[in-house]
Design a protein around this ligand. Structure first.
Ligand SMILES: NC(=O)C1=CN([C@@H]2O[C@H](COP(=O)(O)OP(=O)(O)OC[C@H]3O[C@@H](n4cnc5c(N)ncnc54)[C@H](O)[C@@H]3O)[C@@H](O)[C@H]2O)[C@@H](O)CC1
Length: 587
């Protein structure tokens, strides 16, 4: 049925991101057929710009627009779009940031009556002065910044998928003055990233200039956008943190790429994806067949984590939870969850480390939880030559928080590590040191939590490479990396950043892993756990705000935008909302 195919394509387009090489390969056949992609892109950009101004009750003839135009095709899109807006009566100035401009785009812009300000003295743009002094170049840059700041709308078409590294030269200077430099936007987490109503608005063409298109990093200066209009397919920067926070609302123009046989570089988890990780109850089921989760969590010092992991695991569609830990934590678990079983027994998955202090915390050397975890993790150590084949037969295990420093050198992929940025930095430093010692290589620069936050994908990939584990890196958008895939989940409202939320995630992840019968891979299951965790938080906080705002497909009916910001929650609320989140994804 046509409608179904159409809906399937929409879902695939909105939840898949492809790197720049793949996008170029997908464009090729259409360009060869003579499909006017640039005109289509420009038309969408012009339409979007007009819509943004209209939303602010501004008529085009009363607006001043500044186009930041690079020398490549991204600048070409911008010039054609700006020409269309100038023709409609807007006052448009194009600021040429490179040495040339897209020829046909420039001609069209000049015909429409647009003005041009050239910033590079070495530029060669017909009809425009060049060869001016360094002093004048500086003045021109200041003029450009002032004009842009006073405008109603900046159209950022400096770089798109052709960017190499971080912005340099004039584009970098403009981006530092008009945007941010290597730090994530720090704004209230409004649902649907509502515009603050401040001018200038910023429309990014294809990608905000300066973001890491293929890894979602923020390597230097960039201009955060109010809206990003992107073409053909989503790029990783549109879905991965922190660059996704710089994209604002994302509007995707479907060029008609052949996407059916292309594996996305990043897959965004949605309800239907997560439903595969939930085992439906069967007529013949018993508590054992539905999945038993073993927990070595909580400690004398942090007994609450035992309660939170147990409460989450028990509510996440499992048959039973077994708890191992100190007596105080046992009593608390039983008080909160009389269904829990204390002591050893057969399990289908393990969760270890939540609420267990690291070795570096004073006075914890003798903590029995650490000894139990270390003994268990030994079974997962592959050895330097992959000699321990039995490790592959061990049940999946979630290694969280205080157990991360007990992770053996090489482990199989059913070992899941769940660090946040700080823990990830520590883990990488430990494993990089081991790797460089082994290879007699130079020592590496130590990672900091900020390094991880600014390039979480690279960190997660590196952690997978060094350890072999499936990696879940927590954040407003959580990233999961396994051998062949990258998944992103942005279902959580920012209210989820609260003590104990990680313990709930560990318990929930263990629960999903315990109920697998080969429908979903470890990576898919873990990504689904991150998604359900966010969804449970959304239900508990009655919030429609999300870490990742699903893009809109241009030309299709837009879904209703943000309604409620909701209210604060504690981690226990999230655990209690898990059953409803599960009901939601399997509905
Ligand atoms: N290829 C196609 O068929 C289509 C491409 N389109 C547009 O074309 C874009 C890609 O165009 P290009 O391949 O020309 O590349 P871009 O225009 O994205 O970037 C190339 C330009 O950026 C400059 N640049 C690169 N790295 C830089 C850095 N670190 N600092 C400062 N300047 C830097 C280069 O000097 C060059 O001028 C897409 O993002 C999209 O906007 C669209 O028109 C749709 C069709």
């Amino acid at each position: 049925m046509e409608y179904t195919e159409d809906a399937d394509r929409r879902e695939l387009l909105l939840h898949s991101a492809y790197d720049s090489d793949t996008v170029r390969a997908m464009e090729r056949p259409l360009l060869d057929k003579g499909v006017p992609l640039m005109r289509m892109a420009a038309q969408a950009a012009a339409h979007m710009a007009a819509g943004m101004l209209d939303d602010e009750d501004l008529a085009l003839e009363d607006t001043s627009i500044v186009l930041l135009a690079g020398a490549g095709d991204n600048g070409g899109d911008g010039l054609f779009a700006a020409a269309a807006l100038a023709q409609e009566g807007a006052n448009v100035t194009a600021i040429a940031v490179g040495r040339s401009l897209h020829e046909a785009g420039f001609a069209s812009f000049v015909r429409a009556g647009g003005k041009v300000l050239v910033l590079d003295p070495a530029a060669d743009i017909p009809g425009c002065a060049s060869g001016f002094s360094a002093g004048e170049a500086g003045e021109r840059l200041q003029t450009a910044i002032a004009v842009a700041r006073k405008s109603h709308l900046i159209i950022d078409a400096m770089t798109g998928i052709g960017i190499q590294g971080s912005l340099r030269g004039i584009p970098a200077a403009l981006a530092s003055a008009l945007g941010l430099d290597g730090e994530a936007p720090d704004e209230p987490a409004l649902p649907n990233r509502e515009s603050s109503g401040d001018f200038p608005l910023v429309l990014a063409v294809d990608t905000p200039s300066g973001v890491g298109v293929n890894d979602g990093s923020l390597p230097g200066p960039y201009i955060p956008a109010t809206v990003t209009v992107t073409f053909g397919a989503m790029k990783p920067c549109a879905v991965l943190p922190p660059a996704t926070f710089a994209c604002g609302r994302i509007e995707l123009l479907d060029f008609g790429f052949d996407i059916d046989d292309k594996d996305p570089d990043v897959e965004v988890v949605d309800n239907s994806f997560a439903s595969d990780a939930v085992r439906l109850p069967r007529f013949e089921d018993s508590k054992y067949s539905r999945g038993v989760v073993g927990l070595v969590t909580g400690s004398q010092r942090y007994p609450g984590a035992a309660v939170l992991t147990a409460s989450a695991a028990a509510r996440a569609n499992t048959g039973m939870v077994r708890y191992l830990g100190p007596e105080r934590a046992q009593n608390m678990v039983l008080a909160a969850l009389p269904e829990a079983v204390i002591g050893k027994g057969h399990v289908q998955s393990w969760v270890v480390g939540s609420g267990v202090p690291e070795a570096s915390v004073e006075g914890t050397d003798g903590d029995m939880q650490r000894d139990t975890i270390a003994a268990l993790l030994k079974h997962y150590a592959l050895g330097s030559e992959d000699e321990n084949k039995d490790a592959y037969d061990m049940p999946p295990i979630v290694v969280d928080a205080g157990a991360l420093d007990l992770l053996p050198e090489r482990v199989p992929g059913q070992v899941v590590i769940t660090p946040h940025a700080g823990e990830m930095a520590k883990l990488l430093n430990r494993f990089e040191t081991a790797a460089s010692t082994a290879e007699h290589a130079d020592s590496h620069e130590p990672y900091t939590a900020d390094d991880v936050r600014l390039n979480p994908l690279a960190s997660a990939k590196r952690a997978h490479e060094l350890t072999g584990a499936t990696v879940l890196l927590k954040g407003a958008v959580t990233i999961v990396v396994d051998e062949d895939h990258v998944y992103a989940s942005g279902s959580a409202p920012a209210w989820l950043g609260t003590a104990g939320a990680g313990d709930v995630l560990a318990g929930l992840t263990g629960a999903l892993l315990a109920q697998q019968d080969d429908v979903a891979t470890t990576g898919e299951t873990v990504a689904s756990a991150a998604y359900l965790h966010g969804l449970a938080a959304a239900i508990a906080s009655e919030s429609e705000q999300q870490g990742w705002q699903e893009p809109e497909l241009i030309g299709r009916e837009h879904r209703q935008r943000f309604m409620t910001l909701g209210h604060p929650i504690v981690a226990g609320d999230v655990a209690h909302a898990i059953p409803e989140a599960i009901a939601d994804v399997i509905a």
